[in-house]
Design a protein around this ligand. Structure first.
Ligand code: G1P
Length: 290
């Protein structure tokens, strides 16, 4: 069965980005002129996803507002003859069919995914963690979906990390099966440098079959008292093959302050209207580590 649906868990508190996220959902912070969550929605749409379930929490209504049509704004832009901007704004609600699903309590990423069970139904689906922004020649999720087409078993994205990364991400033990594809043999949530199996981490994109929901329901609360998606993946590995794809492209952890700066500079350098001015600015700063 073709993958048509995706879940985007966006119910987290954004504590890594305080005080900016005291009132503003972290997913609504803009990288240049686009909220972080829109990058994930565009990646999903660009990978062929038709319906997206965004897992949200109370006080995040502004996210829904962003993806709704805005006739008043369209009227003003038409009047002012701003046709390019109008096209862009009107395109946002058309990116995919969006549903918003409430996660009543912040019980972890695994619990957020579990909230999407009814939306997903009985078909394979994708999960995109919106904190992670990918900038890839082939959309990152599409890279996973292509491997799923062949293997018909769960696929997760893998990337190389340093010692610090072992404290921030799920880390896998894996066996390479081809250039970019690995069979995942074990996974640990944020194990730290001493206990990490390898330098390969799970970086926020997943393809699952509906049996992940059963696994999520059975596992006990894990690290920090939360229901961890990593623990559910670990339990899948006991009965089926799980593959990892070493993605090709660039990744930014926009839920982290420095990652957000990196993402902003990267995307600004790609915009013709900013590129030369930004390079000029960076050069003029005469950067030195003092
Ligand atoms: C979650 C997962 C972790 C994964 C990370 C990727 O962590 O629990 O396994 O490596 O997303 O972004 P979080 O960032 O929610 O703490």
């Amino acid at each position: 069965m073709r993958i048509r649906k995706a879940l985007i868990p966006a119910a987290g508190l954004g504590t890594r980005f305080l005080p900016a996220t005291k009132a503003l959902p972290k997913e609504m912070l803009a990288v240049i002129d686009k909220p972080v969550i829109q990058y994930a929605v565009e990646e999903a749409a660009g990978s062929g996803i038709e319906s997206i379930g965004i897992i949200t929490s109370r006080r995040k209504a502004i996210m829904e507002e962003h993806f709704r049509p805005s006739p008043e704004l369209a009227g003003v832009l038409t009047e002012k003859g701003k046709s390019e901007l109008l096209k862009e704004v009107e395109g946002i609600p058309r990116l995919a069919a969006l549903s918003f699903i409430l996660q009543p309590e912040p019980l972890g990423l695994g619990h957020a995914v579990l909230m999407g069970k009814e939306f997903v139904g009985e078909e394979p689906f994708a999960v995109l963690n919106p904190d992670t922004i990918y900038d890839c020649p082939i959309p990152c999720l599409k890279q996973l979906m292509d491997v799923y087409e062949e293997k018909r078993t769960p696929v997760i994205v893998l990337g190389r990390i340093d010692a610090e990364g072992t404290k921030k991400y799920g880390v896998v033990k894996a066996r390479q099966v081809s250039d970019r594809v690995f069979q995942v043999l074990d996974v640990a949530e944020k194990p730290g440098p001493e206990k990490a199996f390898s330098d390969l981490a799970v970086l926020g994109r997943y393809v699952f079959e509906p049996d992940i929901f059963e696994a999520l329901r059975k596992i006990p609360h894990g690290r920090s008292g939360e229901i961890q998606l990593t623990d559910a993946i670990k339990s899948l590995i006991e009965t089926q093959a799980v593959y990892g794809v070493l993605f090709e492209g660039r990744r930014y952890d926009a839920g982290d302050k420095f990652g957000y700066i990196e993402a902003t500079i990267n995307f600004a350098l790609k915009r013709p209207e900013f590129r030369s001015r930004l390079l000029e600015l960076l050069n003029s700063l005469n950067l030195k580590d003092e």
